[in-house]
Design a protein around this ligand. Sequence first.
Ligand code: HEM
Length: 191
Amino acid sequence: MADQIKNGRWVKYPLSLRILHWVRAVLILGLIWSGWTMTGLPEDTPMEKFSFFYHNHKQFGVLIWLLAVVHLMIRWRNRALLPQTPMGLAPWEKLLSHVVHRLIIFLTLLVPLLGYSMSSSFTQSDGVPFFFVGDLPELLPKNDAAFEIFDALHAYGAYALLFLIVLHVAGTVKHRLADKGGETDVLPRML
Ligand code: HEM
C-alpha cells in the first residue's frame, strides 16, 4: 500500500516519513508541555527535578532539530513521488495548508536553535547535554542581555508552533468529518 502509485505519485507517504511525522508530533507536544511546566516550577522545587526537566527538554529539543533535518532530506529526495495536494481543496484551503506546513517546518528548525542559543548565552546555564554524546559545544558567548532576547523568541516561537499544530489538526479533522474516504480526507495518507 505504501508504495502504491497513482498518477505517478505514492498514494501514502513512505513509512519513513510516516514514522518521523508521528514521532516528531509526540516530541514537539512533549517539549511544549515540558517547557511550560518547567518554567512554572516553584522556587522551592528540588534541584534534581529542575535538572531532570531542563536536561531532557534540551536534549530532546536538539533531537527534534536533527529529526526535522532528516525529514526534510527524505522529503527532498522523494519530492517527485510524494502524494499531491488534493485537487478538491478550495484555493484558500490550499494556500492555508501550504503556509501552515511551511511555517511548521520552519519553526521546528528555528525554535530549537533559539533554545540552544538561549542556553549558550545564559551565564548560569549548565550546558546542553545530548544523550550519550555528553555536553554539546556552546553556540554563543555568555551574555545575559542576549539570553533575555532568545528566551522571549524561544517562547513566542514555541507557542506559535503550538497554534499552527492546532490549525493543522483542525484542518485534518474538518476534512475527515466532511469528506470521509474522499480525496480531501488526507489522514489515511499519514497512517
Ligand atoms: C521544537 C523544540 C522545542 C520546543 C517546542 C520548546 C518549547 C519550549 C517552551 C514552550 C518553553 C516554555 C517557554 C515559556 O513559557 O517561557 C521552553 C522553555 C525552555 N526551553 Fe525549549 N523548546 C524546544 C527546544 C529547546 C532546545 C533545543 C533547548 C536548548 C538546547 C531549549 C531550552 C529551553 C530552556 C532552557 C527553557 C527555559 C527558559 C527559562 O527558564 O526561561 N528548548 N521551551
